[in-house]
Design a binder for this molecule. Structure first.
Ligand SMILES: [Zn+2]
Length: 438
């Protein structure tokens, strides 16, 4: 991959105008958000878009009748960010004339942001990410994708890199788009193992024995334990870093136990050997409390500790309601210049946020490709007959590293199309008259 073009924010306005003319996948985008409705049905026009312009000027309540209109709007405003809102009961641009307009349909969405892991990250904080903490996002994809597909049976799920420090998830199945707020809330609850403490107490993982009987929780815990051992204990030397050790011990809460564990593991070298010792000692501690009335407080403390360090943290406000805006796939992050590309959840381990192309890089890759593949007329003698049929021009995105992201997006849209054709076929069978003349 070319590293010749570091992102230059000063050139963003100019580069965005090229990007929106030559790279943005309008056709796939419209096919997705039109969800198989006829072009005369005005379904697409009911969707809200929000454009963020330079200096955080927001243009809310934008809507577009057709793909062509959307193209025109995006190219005219060249937004620094594009957000997608819900489908409304009427055109949202008329909201001032008709205050009764309400959201009626919305993908189920999740927003996972690395800053929500700051209390347990050892390497970075706030907007920064690195190759040590990014695997937390990979784990979030694995845990949530498994729940969504296996436990809820959703099939049309788009994972997208947010362009900087997080990931977004769009669940586009019809049954997901039609969920009301209480049902969305129930799904979030099902996915939540880290809860805010009462009376302003810190967040903590809460696992009851009842929870562990659920296959869903035990499957998630399996992923969490693997991640904890490999990424934190082994790769990051959690138990040998003073910062890491302090965080781990603090989660044991019982001061006497903390002092005993610290004294026992400090002479041991090796993060994994220290972790093994801690698990033995905590295991004995839990066993000693087994007959106590409040044994539920300690019985799953080892798993709770690991959950606190790596289980996905969801932004509940984003998923709960229907009218929250979420940054569009293929928007460009204005601070990093990186494109919000889709991620293949089956290859989440291979996704590297630092390899995602910046807008500058795309333009350079396109120019390199064009230089290496000049049009035939530029290389020929000029005597070729003009009637020779020429191949259709290759789309600009195919000349660049945006190709992979667009291919994932195309696979998502095609699967949606297959599903809604199948649904329509089923509806047609149901409405066919039944022949009762035996
Ligand atoms: Zn980091």
């Amino acid at each position: 991959m070319s590293l010749k073009a570091p992102f230059n924010p000063d050139e963003l306005p100019h580069h965005l105008s090229v990007y929106y003319r030559r790279f943005f996948p309008y056709s796939l985008f419209h096919r997705w958000l039109n969800y198989g409705h006829s072009d005369t049905g005005h379904f697409f026009a009911l969707r809200e878009f929000c454009f963020t312009l330079k200096d955080d000027v927001y243009l809310r309540y934008k809507s577009f009748e057709t793909q062509k209109e959307l193209e025109k709007g995006i190219q005219e405003y060249c937004p620094h960010k594009i957000d997608i809102g819900p489908v409304y009961s009427a055109r949202i641009k008329d909201v001032k004339l008709n205050p009764l307009i309400v959201p009626v349909e919305r993908e189920l969405i999740f927003d996972i942001d690395m800053t929500d892991y700051d209390e347990v990250r050892l390497c970075c904080s706030s907007a920064n990410i690195c190759s040590k903490c990014w695997p937390l996002m990979t784990l979030a994809i694995k845990v949530i994708h498994r729940v969504l597909t296996e436990d809820f049976g959703f099939q049309n799920i788009l994972w997208v890199y947010s362009g900087r420090r997080g990931i977004h998830c769009w669940i586009a199945d019809k049954k997901a788009r039609n969920l009301k707020s209480p049902a969305r809330h129930a799904i979030i609850e099902y996915l939540t193992l880290i809860k805010a403490g009462l009376q302003g107490k810190e967040r903590r993982a809460v696992l009851s024995n009842f929870d562990l009987e659920y296959q869903a929780v035990s499957k998630s815990l399996h992923l969490v334990r693997n991640h904890f051992l490999k990424n934190l204990v082994r790769d990051q030397g959690l138990m040998e870093s003073e910062k890491g050790l302090a965080k781990v011990l603090a989660m044991l809460e019982d001061q006497e136990l903390i002092a005993k564990v610290r004294a026992a593991i400090e002479p041991i070298s090796g993060s994994e050997r220290r972790w093994d010792k801690l698990t033995d000692m905590v295991g004995d501690y839990v066993a000693s409390k087994k007959r106590n009335q409040d044994s539920w407080k300690t019985s799953n403390m080892l798993d709770e500790l690991q959950v606190m360090f790596c289980y996905p943290r969801l932004d509940i406000n984003v998923s709960h309601g229907l009218n929250h805006l979420l940054k569009s796939p293929f928007s460009v992050h204005p601070k990093t210049g990186r494109v919000c590309v889709p991620i293949n959840p089956d290859q989440a381990d291979q996704f590297d946020p630092f390899a995602v192309p910046t807008i500058d890089q795309l333009l350079e890759e396109m120019s390199d490709y064009d230089k290496a593949h000049p049009p035939l007329s530029a290389t020929g003698t000029g005597d070729e007959p003009t009637t020779v049929p020429t191949k259709p021009p290759i789309p600009d995105w195919k000349k660049t590293s945006l190709k992979e992201g667009i291919t994932i997006f195309e696979t998502f849209v095609r699967k949606l199309e297959i599903n809604w054709k199948r649904e329509k076929a089923k509806e047609n069978i149901k409405t066919e008259p039944v022949d009762t003349d035996f």
